[in-house]
Ligand binder design. Structure first.
Ligand code: EPZ
Length: 421
């Protein structure tokens, strides 16, 4: 298993370019199962989860050809048309469940492994299944598999999600766009990645309309036309680099990213003292000399502060001048970075879903363990502002979602090395 060796402290300086969004690419790749014609997807990030989704598409009978170092993939229908998504592929990446909607739309049946446990929370799929069953689908769960059949094909319906879910919104959009009739979906997630999915499907001829802030109307169409589509860039990667620049009074230009997508995050970083200038697709960020603490920050659905940046912002607050509180409202077990940050000397106490952080300037390098994608990147950030050497174990978590992170960090002044065994 690969490790990172990081010598700190370092200060960030220079320019970084943001890669394609993992969480936008995953549902769009699942959507390619809806097409009879070829689809070309550009700006794919070169990360492990994308390989897993591409392998899943192959196992479902799709043919895939690549260009530009696998950043462009053309996906076409193969001879066989499989509707079985095995545990071996879905267990490593929960987004595998997103093939359920498109498989049902195309084949009237699907057998998809239930994703199983996850380190950041229970993450059930009940909301996906309840909504999909409203489109005329009979669902049975047997031996860890979701067995779904739509005898008469999918039929449009009116659905209101009991809770906002990114994945369930995506799965339902994917199912509804080829269904018979009209589907109205209320209380949808409105994350930018969902908008990227609806933009992609609309470009291919799907009839999807936002008729309210969180309400979608989808009129089923018979087929989708072949298209080439470029995935949006990764807002969590952009946010991570913004935080990195603030840690030690850094100075960073973030290229290839539309700042308005992360308005909430930019305003928050201004509050802690960062100086930020933006253009249409760049962010120039100068970190503060002294980081100001935040009385209270809570994670929430977009456009609120994202849970996927909670661990990174916590690292910043470990250096602030005073006490800050972060409340995690999306996942019930997303403080796994806390014990590791404490090993570096961070002063953090957890009370239920709140972390109380007391700022300190005394972080010292140590050996650390990654637990999930965003926790791992937080450890990398913490290690490069700590004095001395840190070793971060199990960086495969990071490889799931950050493209060449050590190369990007090296270029902007972080002393980081991958140790492969
Ligand atoms: C997506 O996960 C992202 N994953 C996550 O990114 C992100 O943290 C999350 O949305 C929240 O923004 C992808 O886009 C591939 P949810 P998803 O359904 O869709 C509960 C990362 O680091 N829930 O919006 O799985 C659930 O347990 C990650 O890149 C149910 O109870 O998230 C959670 O508490 C990890 N039943 C809440 O809803 C359901 O059927 C929100 O989850 C579905 C969800």
């Amino acid at each position: 298993m690969d490790k990172f060796k990081i010598n700190g402290p370092s200060k960030i300086r220079g320019e970084v370019s943001i890669s394609g969004s993992k969480n936008a690419a995953l549902p769009i790749l699942a959507a390619t199962l809806l097409f009879d014609k070829n689809v070309t997807i550009k700006n794919l990030p070169r990360v492990k989860d994308i390989d897993t989704m591409l392998n899943l598409l192959k196992s479902l009978g799709r043919k895939i050809t690549f260009k530009n170092n696998k950043k462009i993939a053309t996906i076409s229908k193969g001879k066989k048309n499989n509707f079985f998504a095995p545990y071996s592929l879905v267990k490593t990446m929960r987004a595998g469940i997103l093939v359920l909607g498109p498989l049902l739309a195309k084949n009237k049946k699907a057998k998809v492994s239930s994703p199983g446990g996850c380190s950041i929370g229970v993450r059930p799929i009940d909301i996906h299944l309840k909504a999909i069953s409203k489109l005329g689908v009979k669902i049975q769960i047997k031996k860890g598999y979701v067995n779904a059949i739509a005898q008469e094909g999918l039929v449009g319906s009116e659905i209101r999600f009991s809770k906002i879910s990114v994945g369930a919104t995506e799965n339902l959009i994917l199912a509804a766009c080829l269904a018979n009739g009209t589907t109205t979906i209320k209380n949808c997630a409105i994350e930018p990645e969902i908008k990227d999915l609806t933009n992609f499907l609309k470009a291919a001829g799907a009839k999807i309309k936002w008729i309210g802030k969180r309400t979608l109307k989808i009129e089923g169409v018979k087929t989708l036309k072949n298209i080439t589509y470029s995935i949006m860039n990764d807002r969590i990667e952009a946010g991570t680099f913004c935080v990195a620049a603030c840690l030690n009074g850094g100075n960073l230009k973030i290229k290839n990213f539309e700042p308005k997508i992360i308005n909430t995050e930019i305003n928050l970083l201004k509050k802690i003292g960062a100086k930020i200038k933006t253009t249409k697709n760049t962010i120039q960020i100068n970190g503060p000399k002294k980081i100001r603490s935040l009385d209270f920050l809570k994670t929430g659905e977009y456009p609120n502060f994202p849970t996927d940046l909670q661990a990174q912002i916590m690292v910043l607050l470990t250096k602030a001048n005073g006490k800050s509180i972060i409340e995690e409202n999306i996942f019930e077990n997303r403080f796994m970075h806390v014990p590791e940050l404490k090993r570096l000397g961070a002063k953090i106490n957890i009370k239920g879903n709140k972390a109380i952080i007391e700022g300190t300037d005394n972080l010292e390098g140590a050996e650390l363990m990654s637990s999930d994608l965003r926790a791992s990147v937080a450890l990398v950030l913490a290690a490069f502002i700590s004095r001395g050497t840190s070793i971060i174990n199990r960086v495969y978590h990071l490889d799931r979602g950050y493209e060449k992170i050590e190369n990007k960090l090296k270029k902007i002044g972080v002393n980081i090395k991958r140790i492969s065994k």
